[in-house]
Design a protein around this ligand. Structure first.
Ligand SMILES: CC(C)(COP(=O)(O)OP(=O)(O)OC[C@H]1O[C@@H](n2cnc3c(N)ncnc32)[C@H](O)[C@@H]1OP(=O)(O)O)[C@@H](O)C(=O)NCCC(=O)NCCS
Length: 410
């Protein structure tokens, strides 16, 4: 069976998204299609066609990803699906080649994605960039370590409003953490409650903001689901996103979420492993913590990616390290690279000098956002130390003081 991979004709964009719906076994309502259309450049979506019909889909959003000390243009790969009738014939492989080469041609130093299954994308050089800590907490039992006096106030915001209140909070946190995505108003519209969808009802998105004399310092988007059992109320509160730009806002917004009446279980996803909540509660195990893969990252251009972040816990490191990089999928990256780092900034060039560390594209991607140490990757045999002490040098350069955090799937 033959197929061809082509950019999506603009007039077939909805058809392409509806094909992906079959691959995911999920509904894609019309309003969702319109929302995706607003976020997308159809020229960056590809279809695999068999006899003129779509049998595979993929697309890329152009997004700016926060990295240590800055941000970089990144191809956000999305809507990957192949019809069950055409699986395991190389269609994903063909679409990925086309999308990765296009991102590279557009000078995006990075690509990223959320994987339906972690095993799929490592073969293309994606490495784990962020962990996703997931909670299924018993609200009453988690209790805070201290009975902090309440500070500030909360305000429930009507659906369709509030973007101007919360975007500065998100941007403040984004400037301090790698892993956050840039958000245009159209992206925000998908995150926040919408007037046409969430204005009334029990199980709809709600937005609450936390305010002090300094203004809005935190917010949460959440849903509640009423439930009752023989002992009484047993509601479930699901947190879509909760962000505080100050320590007190983080503490208060989570206290608000844990204290909503009639709710007994709080579910949350996509938190970083160093999220403050884990050290605020008296009974951490009652948070029902699980951990899984979060954002997967692919370095498309070693030079501009490595020069596009800062190094050192304070972002001001000095040092040098030579990497022997294996990268079969993007062979233009393979070879030996010298990083000379001064005041946190790297100058990166090819070298013939002896290498300090040997690693692959996946491992460099994991080091890139700062959430992994070279020593930890070496402990699982994924990084090789070619010069004694080189792991220690890498550990002073790549990790960040705060773990990277990607609070949003796309
Ligand atoms: C995942 C999916 C896109 C794969 O498409 P596909 O066209 O069957 O993949 P390919 O034939 O190009 O496979 C490429 C390689 O990945 C492997 N692979 C693909 N899907 C895999 C999976 N789910 N688990 C493990 N390996 C997988 C193949 O075995 C193949 O390996 P090889 O080249 O070493 O032989 C398809 O199965 C699908 O649509 N699944 C449901 C929706 C989904 O999960 N999409 C991904 C969203 S992030």
């Amino acid at each position: 069976m033959s197929f061809e991979i082509l950019p999506c004709p603009p007039d077939r964009f909805a058809e392409l998204l509806l094909t992906s719906e079959i691959g995911f076994g999920e509904d894609l309502p019309d309003d969702q299609i319109e929302r995706v259309r607003k976020l997308s450049d159809p020229a960056r979506f590809v279809g695999a066609l068999d006899g003129g019909r779509f049998v595979g889909t993929g697309g890329v959003f152009g997004i700016s990803l926060s990295v240590p000390g800055g941000e970089l243009a990144t191809g956000a790969i999305t809507f990957i699906a192949v019809l069950p009738s055409h699986r395991r014939r190389g269609i994903l492989r063909g679409m990925m080649r086309s999308m990765i080469d296009d991102c590279h041609a557009r000078n995006e130093p990075l690509a990223m994605l959320w994987a339906s299954e972690g095993t799929i994308y490592q073969r293309f050089g994606f490495g784990l960039g962020t962990w996703s800590v997931n909670l299924e907490a018993e609200t009453a039992a988690s209790r805070y370590t201290s009975d902090w006096p309440a500070e500030g106030t909360f305000r429930l915001i009507p659906a369709g409003e509030g973007m101007d209140l919360v975007a500065p909070v998100y941007d403040a946190v984004r400037s301090r953490r790698a892993g956050f995505l840039s958000r245009t108003p159209d992206w925000w519209a998908g995150q926040l409650p919408r007037a046409d969808k969430d204005a009334r009802g029990g199980e709809v998105k709600r937005l609450v903001v936390y305010e002090t004399d300094s203004g809005v310092e935190g917010y949460a988007v959440y849903k509640t689901k009423s439930d009752w059992n023989a002992r009484g109320p047993h509601g479930i509160l699901t947190v879509n996103e909760a962000v505080g730009s100050t320590p007190r806002a983080t503490r208060e917004i989570w206290r608000f979420l844990l204290d909503v009446d009639l709710m007994r279980v709080l579910k949350a996803w996509r938190l970083p492993p160093d999220h403050p909540l884990l050290s605020l509660v008296a009974e951490p195990r009652r948070l029902g913590v699980g951990i899984g893969d979060g954002l997967w990252v692919r370095i498309l251009d070693v030079g501009s990616a490595l020069e596009g972040r800062t190094y050192g816990l304070d972002g001001r490191a000095r040092g040098r390290i030579t990497l022997e990089l294996a990268d079969e999928y993007c062979p233009w990256n393979a070879g030996r690279w010298l990083l000379e780092i001064d005041d946190g900034h790297a100058s990166v060039r090819r070298t013939d000098a002896d290498a300090d560390l040997a690693l692959g594209a996946n491992e460099l991607a994991s080091l890139f956002l700062g959430g992994f140490t070279a020593t930890a990757l070496a402990a699982s045999g994924r990084v090789g130390e070619l010069r004694s002490g080189a792991l220690g040098v890498a550990d002073t350069l790549f990790p960040t003081a705060l773990q990277p955090w990607c609070p949003q799937e796309f």
